[in-house]
Design a protein around this ligand. Structure first.
Ligand code: FMN
Length: 184
């Protein structure tokens, strides 16, 4: 642990891991990733999330099936990951909800995205790989995990030891395209 000396190293090492080895993941490592997610900022500190850790192998495999697309070559790797973390969107508090209407912003979605990244960055520190999954059969996931019908399931994060240590080159838009100073 503490293989990283600075935060940018952690950021650059995080990548979507789509091949895992069969090693089990220590519960305390997942706990620390959850802790990092739980500490994430959120609009009006609403914390509109619930994290469901799925580590039961049969349930996890059923969940993985719900992320796989029948036609597109999407998410066929998810079964390899021994742990999946499902993020359910919870009702925001009053101030965040009012702000959402007045400012026409989906604060809880922003909040959940930030929490997901906190999770994934802590996973890097733990030597684990993750992939954020936004493409899944929400109805099937809801049924498998008994999520109430009035709640949205926003993201799933696959977690496990990466099959390789290779860090792919990052494919990112050039800095000039995404950064401006003092005007648009
Ligand atoms: C909201 C969200 C949804 C995503 N959904 C999927 C997904 O369903 N399947 C997948 O393989 N990757 C998914 N990704 C991962 C992205 O494809 C990936 O982050 C992006 O291509 C950049 O690559 P990197 O994470 O390796 O840096 C998702 C990422 C985000 C943030």
């Amino acid at each position: 642990m503490n293989r990283f000396t600075n935060f940018l190293d952690i950021v650059r090492t995080r990548q979507s891991t789509r091949a895992y080895d069969s090693r089990a993941v220590e519960a305390e490592k997942v706990d620390r990733c959850i802790e990092a997610a739980r500490m994430a900022p959120s609009a009006c500190n609403a914390q509109p999330w619930k994290f469901i850790v799925v580590n039961d192998p049969d349930l996890k495999n059923a969940l993985a099936e719900a992320t796989m697309d029948r036609i597109l070559p999407l998410n066929h790797f998810t079964k390899q990951a021994p742990v999946h973390v499902v993020i359910v969107r919870e009702k925001a508090n009053m101030t965040s909800s009012i702000g959402q209407v007045l400012k026409n912003k989906e604060y809880p979605l922003i909040d959940i995205g930030i929490a997901a990244v906190h999770f994934c960055l802590q996973a890097v520190e733990e030597g684990l790989g993750t992939c954020i999954i936004g493409w899944f059969n929400e109805k099937k996931v809801r049924k498998l995990l008994s999520v109430p019908r009035n709640k949205r399931i926003e993201l799933i994060i696959t977690v496990g030891y990466p099959a390789t240590n290779e860090i792919r080159p990052k494919n990112r838009k050039p800095r000039e395209e995404v950064v401006a100073y003092n005007k648009y």
